[in-house]
Design a protein around this ligand. Structure first.
Ligand code: NDP
Ligand code: HEM
Length: 489
């Protein structure tokens, strides 16, 4: 007898031989009754689950949020209840376009998804490392994502599709400029900010509503890779983010972010020169300064990547009392999309998986369903409908949000009407020093390689509207790249 645990079937019976299948004679064919052989092969065939339709490549870790500043005047959410309070959380970072095996150091927006296990349910903030997005209406999300994924015939990524869509969708310019700037290629998630990006709401104990934006400022400082450096990194390791994040946490060098909010009184939303619910716009810090909330620290690597990161299900629909939605059309579309994706990708009871399971009591009347291992969670075995007389779980009106005044005729409003897609991009462009501008020009030109001239010209027209120096800078970089290609031929 060895001191190793005995290998068993999934039904718990000890296995005598895990090396040799059961055959008729030493050279003979296999016997149908070798159930364990078929069990192993069948399980292997089921090891893969669908990868996320976007943000398939990711890296994650567990951590804590510690509150450093009292924001209870804005939100009654339990995780903000007092200075010093710690809440357990999970983070998953990702690239958007690449598949599960994509190289880490590729130019792309990075996902910044957070799950906070609060006493009143899980709060998920599913953001990016950018404060804005490419589109402002979720109706366009599948079209946009098709341009980021593979061409149906060539099965290659298509720069033509990307610039065609972007140049026909000027609201994308803010995000495209960030993507082509230094922030578009951090060397690891440790060196980038996170943003909730959308406008959310906070509700305080007096049931007053505030509009809010969330920011997570890296305390490691910003770093970036040039395209050339990234090519070298990818040439030596396709897993540079996993190595860096996992390695830093394993070595006790825990990455931290300063969580901040911008707060807008509810009535201000009528007065701002921009639509505060437009995801292609930021709220200027001068108008709405950052207010510190706490420190987020990642300090525990997953024991099992698949169970804790691949099976993690982050959804903007997961909100808790004291934090709410806003009229942002993109956010509204996302409230539907994620839970639907999770039911498909992970199964009906994905919220009951250990990594998604709230660390507070859960009561609902959903019944049965595949892989239901928890029976029912209604609070009483006889209560399987509601209302009931068995003291099963019941609603509590104390959690109602204050009413939100909404008006207007039902219509498909043109989201481009009255929207200036250039003014905030100009503010960003003016922040860049000469080196940052020069890399913005050359990164843009590099990404345009092989794109038909008419599409490039349409995009240059948008850049000129931001600043003639932006358009001219990219023109010069395109000419330099073409000259270098000619010389090489
Ligand atoms: P501020 O000067 O107060 O803020 C500028 C912001 O730009 C900082 O948050 C800074 O982030 C960030 N930043 C610096 N370099 C880059 C880059 N390459 N890509 C993206 N962000 C960068 O000005 P305003 O608040 O008036 O905003 C001016 C412009 O700055 C905006 O139009 C927007 O493009 C950009 N910005 C604004 C943010 C906001 O919430 N107001 C957030 C992020 C960007 P950090 O402090 O972490 O270095
Ligand atoms: C992942 C839809 C916009 C950030 C996903 C997934 C879907 C999706 C279906 C896969 C979910 C899963 O399988 O777990 C959409 C739709 C959008 C939209 C329909 C627009 C209407 C955005 C925006 C952001 C964002 C604006 C950021 C501000 C993310 C992140 C992930 C993700 C970070 C990965 C989450 C994880 O790590 O598991 N999105 N998305 N998405 N999305 Fe979006």
């Amino acid at each position: 007898m060895s001191d190793k645990p005995v290998l068993t079937t999934t039904a718990g019976a000890p296995i005598s031989d895990n090396q040799n299948s059961l055959s008729a004679g030493p050279r003979g064919p296999l016997l149908m009754e070798d159930y364990q052989l078929f069990e192993k092969l069948a399980h292997q065939n089921r090891e893969r689950i669908p990868e996320r339709v976007v943000h398939a490549k990711g890296w994650g870790a567990h951590g804590t949020l510690t509150i450093t500043n009292d924001i209870t005047r804005y939100s009654k959410a339990k995780l903000f209840a007092e200075v010093g309070k710690k809440t357990e959380m999970l983070a998953r970072f990702s690239t958007v376009a690449g598949e599960q095996g994509a190289a880490d150091a590729e130019r792309d927006v990075r996902g910044f998804a957070l799950k906070f296990y609060t006493e009143e349910g899980n709060w998920d903030l599913v953001g990016n490392n950018t404060p804005v997005f490419f589109i402002r209406d979720g109706y366009k999300f599948p079209d946009f994502i098709h341009t980021q994924k593979r061409h149906p015939k060539t099965n290659l990524r298509s720069a033509t599709a990307m610039w065609d869509f972007w140049s026909l969708s000027p609201e994308s310019l803010h995000q495209v400029t960030i993507l082509m700037s230094d922030r578009g290629l951090p060397p690891s998630p440790r060196f980038m900010n996170g943003y909730g990006s959308h406008t959310y709401s906070m509700i305080n104990a007096d049931n007053e509503r505030f509009w809010v934006k969330f920011h997570f400022k890296t305390m490691q400082g910003h770093k970036f890779l040039t395209n050339e450096e990234a090519a070298q990194v990818v040439g030596s390791s396709r897993e540079s983010y996993q190595e860096d994040l996992f390695g830093a946490i394993e070595a006790g060098d825990y990455p931290k972010w300063r969580m901040c909010i911008q707060v807008m009184p509810e009535a201000d939303a009528e007065k701002t020169p921009y639509n505060p619910f437009d995801l292609t716009k930021v709220w200027p810090h001068g108008d709405y300064p950052l207010i510190e909330v706490g420190i987020m620290e990642l300090n525990r690597n997953p024991e099992n990547y698949f169970a804790e990161i691949e099976q993690a299900a982050f959804s903007p629909s997961n909100k808790v009392p004291g934090i709410g939605f806003s009229p942002d059309k993109m956010l509204q579309a996302r409230v539907f999309s994620y839970a639907d994706a999770h039911r498909y990708r992970l199964g009906t009871h994905y919220e009951a998986l250990p990594v998604n399971r709230p660390k507070c009591p859960v009561h609902h009347y959903h019944k049965d369903g595949s892989m239901n291992f928890f029976g029912q969670q209604t609070g009483n075995v006889d209560a399987y409908y509601e209302p009931n007389s068995m003291n099963g779980a019941a609603e509590d009106p104390a959690y109602a949000e204050p009413p939100l005044a909404i008006s207007g005729d039902a219509e498909r409003y043109n989201h481009r009407d009255g929207n200036d897609d250039y003014v905030q991009v100009r503010a960003l462009f003016n922040l860049f020093d000469e080196g940052q501008k020069s890399r913005l020009f050359s990164n843009t030109a590099a990404a345009m390689q092989g794109v038909p001239q008419a599409i490039i010209d349409r995009q240059l027209g948008h850049l000129d509207k931001v600043d003639k120096a932006y358009g001219d800078g990219v023109r010069a970089a395109l000419a330099a790249a073409a000259g270098a290609r000619d010389a090489a031929e």
